[in-house]
Design a protein around this ligand. Structure first.
Ligand code: ADP
Length: 194
């Protein structure tokens, strides 16, 4: 591997310049659990407080950088790896990055955590039962998956590995969007203090 080039301006300079530290918030959960909705509302809240923010949305990433990837376990692994690496670069650039990505496998979440181990990192499981997600069906995908028009669909024809009990979780079928955002923002505030 090539030696790493060091640049004069570092993340510490960018943090001082921005007036806040960088961080990565990784929202994961079933389709329609609320990842995009909460990412949007969380970013708005953080942005309006004067933070430099950016949302890396799984669907949007698949329209560009990840458009060559499908939904096999291997492609999902590569999808997660690329998103984690982009999030790491953006955190190094001084941003608060909000990732919204299903990230159904524990092993893939561990890999993302490993890639982001030197960043301030908060992973949030958006807990929501399958029947509520299917009722919401915000993108009409469950309907298509049930009709057999989409294969490898998480929750229907592909697994979602629920995280261990100690994971930070917010239940989106129990709390409204605003309450979910408040809970995540408070946890982030606590992590940024340390
Ligand atoms: P995902 O990005 O996980 O696929 P979306 O954000 O696209 O999910 O869709 C979630 C849907 O559920 C939206 O229509 C949203 O308005 C609705 N919803 C209801 N309650 C909540 C909540 N507490 N948090 C997030 N979304 C919620």
């Amino acid at each position: 591997m090539q030696a790493r080039q060091n640049f004069t301006i570092t993340e510490a300079h960018r943090t001082a310049h921005n007036g806040h530290p960088s961080a990565v918030v990784w929202l994961y959960g079933l389709s329609s659990s609320g990842k995009s909705t909460i990412a949007n509302a969380l970013e708005k809240r953080l942005f309006e407080m004067g933070n430099h923010t950016y949302c890396l949305d799984g669907d949007n990433m698949r329209q560009g950088l990840n458009k060559d990837l499908g939904f096999s376990a291997l492609d999902r692994l590569e999808n997660v790896r690329r998103v984690a690496e982009v999030a790491k670069l953006m955190a190094d650039a001084g941003m608060i990055v909000i990732v919204s990505l299903i990230t159904p496998y524990q092993e893939h979440r561990s890999m993302a955590m490993e890639i982001l181990k030197n960043e301030r990192f908060l992973d949030v499981y958006l807990e929501c039962d399958l029947s509520t997600c299917e009722r919401r069906d915000s993108k009409g995908l469950y309907k298509k998956a049930r009709a057999g028009e989409i294969s490898n669909f998480t929750g229907i024809s592909d697994p979602f590995e629920v995280p261990t009990a100690e994971a930070f979780r917010v239940n989106t079928s129990k709390y409204d969007v605003n309450e979910c955002v408040i809970r995540i923002a408070e946890e982030l505030r606590l992590r940024l203090k340390n």
